[in-house]
Design a binder for this molecule. Structure first.
Ligand code: ADP
Ligand code: MG
Length: 732
């Protein structure tokens, strides 16, 4: 029987590259944008004045919506949804498994007399018990008492998800244990956002009393790979792990850089337009699309939004892309490192703070006063990153991101900040000119004229930060170490929490100086100076991929934690516990539960990969190699049979002996890996178990892969059943 690989390859030329999504015939984006979202005009139209006001208040200031109002909102929501052909609804949430969860219920119900009725009441809107006992809970919720519940998040608008002809009303919710502990990404994120709002408003008020709300903003850049579906289906590793665990490097990789600058391939283009249109309906403001560095790698990015909405939109987008990909017979790979030897995928998180007076707090201002405000937020962010670098590292830790961080193509596992030369010099100047005796005469330095240097600043900060995990890019910070498959909430919760904490401390310190009789601006400058001195070792402008930086960072005392099990320690240190409990994000129990969940997730994922590698090696790779080896042996014997000597069979004997050797090494290592797993599985401490999986099992992956890839190179191409890198990456 022909292998799946060849069936897939034959099928490829038959793929209709000109698939035109039906809904694209001249539709303007503005016509469909947000059409499946319960926001803006439709909310007004479907709610009474009273209900509308109550909902808007809740969105603006987090006030509770009472029972009566939630009944009215539910009824308006149902009215809108049913007009649009919706039959079912679901609470939509983001459990710690990294995907989104839905459990659909029908509007349809039966009355006592047996007649049918469509209902959706306030209770159904506000709270549900999804009975989701199998979501990870880190011991918070024993499985037998499967009572976690989802609760409506009014700040993220309900939306209609279309799948084929089906339409489901999705209500964004948080997911908590019945005892109140959070079990998802959203609940802690909302707390962090409210903490940064408060802390930033307090500090803003030094400069502008009119500011009453500060919103954290996020613009993510989603990278991904596209692979033909039938080729992907012939790769059990792609199917099971989302990455290739073996595969010989193709003759051509990304060295020509022809993909990055090239035009978007037609098949990918059709897919993009299709998922973009679906995204527009859902109110996801996608703006850019382009090829990325590696072959078959692409990126899309929206216009930035308030963090909570942006996080929901990214989670939703990953789901939409995957589904739309199926329509185009494409597999969307969101994994951080689907292919060895070419670039992996990240998800840069562009982050800033915006006031309700319309000011971006991380953009240099137009006057000395606004510049001092900018400098305050800029320096406080750097201080936060410096003080809690370990937590930021933990927030992006995952088994898949481990393949990317520190692989000399992505930001290293060392957390540092790129400020750009111009601002670096400004910080140095503040440091040297502001001192304890700093007084009125030195106030000239307060007249920061950053605004006149914006062109320099932009030039400085848009081009030269590629290798930094946390770069200032002119009017925002870009957290570049976030992985492509991650839920942005993890990074955003930590970032907003640490900046909130730093700002709150800053205010206490500045107030103390003011109380002592210091002038406000001088108190601010002196505190900023102290922060610059305290945190300058985290500033780095050079090449983050270089070996010198690793050495230099070590000298500076910066951590370089390369693997997830150890990076996660940062969540449960005394310092983090104090931080998270004080700011009110997690209590100690929640922190430990989360730590536990992440460790378990690590073990499970590495375990699955180990099994896939073992299976592939044993029942796919070795049989191909043995078949070819038999051909060689028959041939060698045949040649000898007609009287030819050793020299005639020299090359074939050498190849045969190499193949036999690789087969042996693979087979031995697969066995040894299985034994090592048995040992690791007996470890009861979950941290130790994760470390063992990392240090004692993962190393087998590289050995097995090395020899498997040698075999791929040696064995007759026709007998190799796994699609090769050149096919996965270059055929479309
Ligand atoms: P890049 O050169 O990295 O592609 P862009 O300027 O295109 O940079 O921006 C990338 C992302 O940053 C976009 O999603 C954009 O909306 C977002 N962004 C721009 N300004 C802000 C901001 N103030 N806050 C958060 N994100 C922002
Ligand atoms: Mg960017």
């Amino acid at each position: 029987m022909q292998s799946l690989r060849f069936t897939a390859l034959e099928g490829l030329s038959g793929v209709d590259l000109k698939i035109k999504p039906e809904q694209l015939n001249g539709t303007k984006i503005t016509e469909v944008f947000g059409s499946n979202v319960f926001a803006g005009k439709v909310v007004r139209e479907n709610l009474s004045d009273e209900a509308y006001k109550s909902l808007m208040n809740s969105i603006k200031s987090g006030t509770k919506i009472d029972r009566k109002m939630s009944e009215q909102i539910a009824s308006g929501l149902k009215q809108w949804a049913m007009k649009k052909g919706v039959t079912h609804y679901t609470h939509w949430f983001q459990p710690l498994t990294g995907t989104t969860a839905e459990k659909h219920d029908s509007f349809f119900t039966l009355k006592g007399d047996g007649s049918a009725l469509e209902t959706f009441d306030g209770d159904a809107l506000v709270q549900q018990e999804p009975d989701a006992s199998s979501f990870p809970n880190g011991g918070l919720r024993a499985t037998f008492e499967a009572r976690g519940y989802t609760a409506w998040d009014p700040s993220s608008p309900p939306f209609i998800l279309e799948q084929g002809q089906g339409k489901t009303l999705c209500i964004p919710t948080i997911f908590v244990a019945y005892t109140g502990e959070s079990l998802d990404y959203k609940a802690p994120l909302l707390k962090a956002l409210s903490a940064i709002d408060k802390a930033a408003v307090d500090v803003c008020n030094y400069f502008d009393k009119n500011v009453t709300k500060v919103t954290a903003t996020l613009g993510w850049e989603q990278e991904y790979f596209l692979v033909d579906e039938s080729l992907a289906n012939a790769r059990p590793d792609l199917v099971m792990c989302g990455r290739t665990v073996v595969g010989h490097a193709p003759s051509k990789g990304q060295q020509l850089e022809d993909h990055y600058f090239g035009s978007i391939p037609e098949r990918a283009y059709a897919f993009m337009r299709d998922f973009e249109m679906e995204s527009y309906k859902l109110g996801i403001p996608l703006r850019t699309r382009h090829n990325e560095v590696a072959p078959s790698q692409f990126e899309c990015a929206p216009i930035f939004e308030e963090v909570n909405i942006a996080v929901d939109h990214n989670s939703l987008l990953m789901d939409v892309m995957t589904k739309v990909g199926k329509r185009h017979k494409l597999r969307v790979l969101l994994h951080e490192k689907p292919f060895a030897g070419v670039n992996g995928s990240g998800k840069h998180n562009n982050w800033s703070l915006a006031t309700d007076t319309g000011v971006n707090l991380l953009a240099p201002g137009k006057t000395p006063k606004t510049n001092l405000m900018f400098l305050t937020f800029f320096v406080n962010t750097i201080k936060a990153v410096h003080d809690y670098a370990d937590l930021l590292r933990a927030s992006i830790a995952s088994p898949s991101n481990d393949f990317r961080l520190g692989a000399n193509e992505a930001p290293p596992a060392i957390i540092s900040v790129f400020s750009g030369k111009y601002l670096y010099d400004v910080l140095q100047e503040v440091k040297t000119r502001v001192n304890n005796k700093f007084d009125e005469q030195d106030e000239a330095i307060l007249k920061l004229d950053l605004h006149r240097h914006i062109p320099e600043l932009m030039l400085d900060n848009t081009d030269r930060n590629r290798t930094s995990p946390f770069a200032f890019t002119g009017n925002k910070f870009e957290f570049r170490a976030v992985g492509s498959s991650a839920n942005c909430a993890s990074a955003m919760t930590v970032l907003n929490t640490i900046v909130a904490k730093t700002l709150a401390t800053f205010k206490v310190e500045v107030d103390a100086l003011i109380e002592k009789g210091e002038k406000k601006e001088i108190a601010i400058m002196q505190t900023l100076r102290k922060y610059i001195v305290d945190s300058e070792k985290v500033l780095f402008e050079g090449d983050g991929y270089s070996e010198e930086w690793e050495k230099e960072a070590e000298k500076r005392g910066l951590a370089n934690v390369k693997t997830t099990p150890k990076a996660l320690d940062a969540y449960v240190t005394e310092k983090s516990t104090k931080l998270f409990t004080e700011v009110g994000i997690y209590n100690e129990k929640e922190l430990h539960a989360r730590h536990e969940i992440l460790l378990e997730d690590y073990v499970k994922k590495v375990q699955i990969e180990a099994r896939v590698i073992g299976d592939l090696a044993t029942n796919t790779i070795l049989p191909s190699a043995i078949t070819y080896l038999n051909t060689l042996i028959t041939n060698i014997n045949g040649l000898k049979g007609i009287g030819l000597g050793d020299s005639a069979v020299k090359a074939q004997t050498q190849i045969a002996s190499k193949i036999a050797e690789h087969i042996n090494v693979i087979s031995e290592n697969v066995q040894a890996m299985i034994e090592a797993r048995k040992v690791a599985n007996k470890v009861t401490d979950s941290r130790q178990k994760a470390i063992d999986y990392c240090d004692k099992i993962k190393p087998y992956f590289d050995v097995i892969r090395y020899h498997a890839d040698k075999l791929e190179f040696l064995v007759d191409d026709k007998q190799w059943s796994l699609p090769k890198y050149r096919e996965l990456l270059f055929l479309r």
